[in-house]
Design a protein around this ligand. Structure first.
Ligand code: PLP
Length: 434
């Protein structure tokens, strides 16, 4: 049999790139098989090197909220490219993008652009430690904040996919400064703060965890979990960092998730994905007094050769410009319709499942009971997911290759596209049941 071009590329890739990929989940390690090497994408559709077409439910892991090669975004990037690819000097697009994010998100008084979500959380952490003069950071099991040394312990996303406790190469000292708690656990947090409150620089959380599958923040003491975190941290002089790299501008029309009213705010927030429209962008921002600690005015060093890149800011601005109320209504409809179709197909095939959502984000867990923690997310039938995944891939539907990831729709997921997924679901559900 002639090997496919994807197979040939994967073989070549594995000789020069570790595991053949530049980010672990892409290797299909947990689901097996050869990842399609992609050649092009348009709207909600992907085409691989062999010319096979797929309906995309990965959306480059979040950024492609308007669909692939969305014309206004491509035009903005092309236009910017004719005026220079990188200046390493201030340019208007960075000001406009920062203004746009600050206009939409109340707690953002100042914002600095970086090149990835990882850089954003790493830098926010540095600011928090400088501001408080403390070392310890609290994170939640199953939350992923990028591959920052201090934040890899019990992380979600690829670390969850490959069942890793953390990462080799992280020093003991770094690990010692990170305390990991179960998500949503009021008692554990209260006890930790009672014992070590004066050592804690910050609590960092995903605004709605979506890297162990989607886990909507619970109510605690009559308030949302995020607000409870802010109150608990602030009472001890610590900060709350709300990581909106994944949720930002995707989960809700407000651009943020979980700031449920007046009178409180996270101290620092991180963004990425959507605000770069598919180009490498991250951002961290928050209160002016905290952001004022950054060099050159302040003592916290942080920098980037390509930060504020003109193509990236053009793509981000064009993407945000496309995210009006109508776009969020489309996203919401696509997301809700798909959830119902998946639930119907899995129910008809007798496959235990639970679908959880946070705004327009959702994921499917292959177990009966709701998932509130990482331990519960891990207690699902990943083998059933793998069968479901491969049946859908075979039928031309490209799901995240992991049971621990959100499914990403875009405004290009029209009813016709959703129909194509609907047609593939019954057989995939039967495969999952097998
Ligand atoms: N924070 C969250 C919540 C994420 O979901 C991710 C990536 O998936 C990151 C941070 C890291 O972003 P990046 O992959 O751009 O470094």
């Amino acid at each position: 049999m002639t090997p496919s071009l994807s197979q040939e590329l994967f073989d070549r890739a594995r000789r020069v790139i570790p595991s053949g990929v530049n980010s672990p989940v892409r290797a299909f390690g947990s689901v097996g098989g050869t990842p399609p090497f992609l050649a092009s994408a348009k709207g909600a559709l992907l085409t691989d090197a062999d010319g096979r077409e797929y309906v995309d439910l990965v959306g480059s892991w979040g950024p492609m909220v308007l669909g692939h090669a969305h014309e206004p975004v491509v035009a903005a990037v092309q236009d910017a490219a004719t005026r220079g690819l990188s200046f390493g000097a201030p340019q208007a697009g960075e000001v406009t993008l920062a203004e746009e994010v600050a206009r939409r998100i109340g707690p953002i008084q100042q914002l600095r652009l970086v090149n990835s979500g990882t850089e954003a959380t790493m830098s926010a952490l540095r600011v928090a430690r400088a501001a408080t003069g403390r070392d310890v950071v609290v994170k939640f099991a199953g939350c992923y904040h990028g591959h920052v040394d201090a934040l890899l312990a019990e992380a979600g996303s690829g670390v969850a996919t490959f069942a890793m406790p953390g990462s080799a190469g992280v020093t003991e000292g770094t690990a010692r400064d990170t305390v990991v708690l179960p998500y949503g656990d009021r008692a554990a947090l209260t006890e930790l703060f009672a014992q070590r409150g004066d050592e804690i620089a910050a609590v960092i959380t995903e605004a709605a965890p979506a890297n162990m599958g989607v886990v909507p923040p619970p109510e605690v003491d009559g308030v949302g979990f995020n607000r409870f975190l802010a109150d608990t941290a602030h009472a001890a002089g610590a900060l709350l960092i709300s990581d909106e790299v994944l949720t930002g501008f995707r989960a809700s029309a407000q651009g943020h998730y979980g700031i449920d009213g007046e009178g409180w705010a996270p101290d620092l927030m991180t963004f990425g994905k959507v605000i770069g429209g598919g180009l490498p962008v991250g951002a961290f921002g928050g209160r002016e007094d905290l952001m004022g600690l950054l060099a050159p005015a302040g003592p916290v060093y942080q920098a980037g050769t390509l930060s504020g890149n003109p193509l990236a800011t053009a793509a981000g601005l064009a993407t945000l410009a496309g995210l009006d109320d109508a776009a969020y209504r489309t996203l919401d409809t696509a997301s809700s319709t798909l959830q119902q179709l998946v639930a119907d197909a899995l129910t008809a095939a007798g496959v235990p499942h639970v679908i959880q959502r946070a705004g327009t984000l959702f994921s499917v867990f292959f177990r009966e009971e709701p998932v509130r923690t990482y331990a519960e997310a891990k207690a699902q039938d990943t083998a059933a997911f793998t069968r479901f995944f491969h049946a859908l891939l075979e039928a031309g539907v490209y799901l995240p290759p992991s049971a621990f990831e959100a499914w990403f729709v875009s405004t290009a997921h029209t009813p016709e596209i959703i129909d194509r997924i609907a047609a593939a679901l019954p057989a995939a559900a039967k495969a999952a049941a097998a």
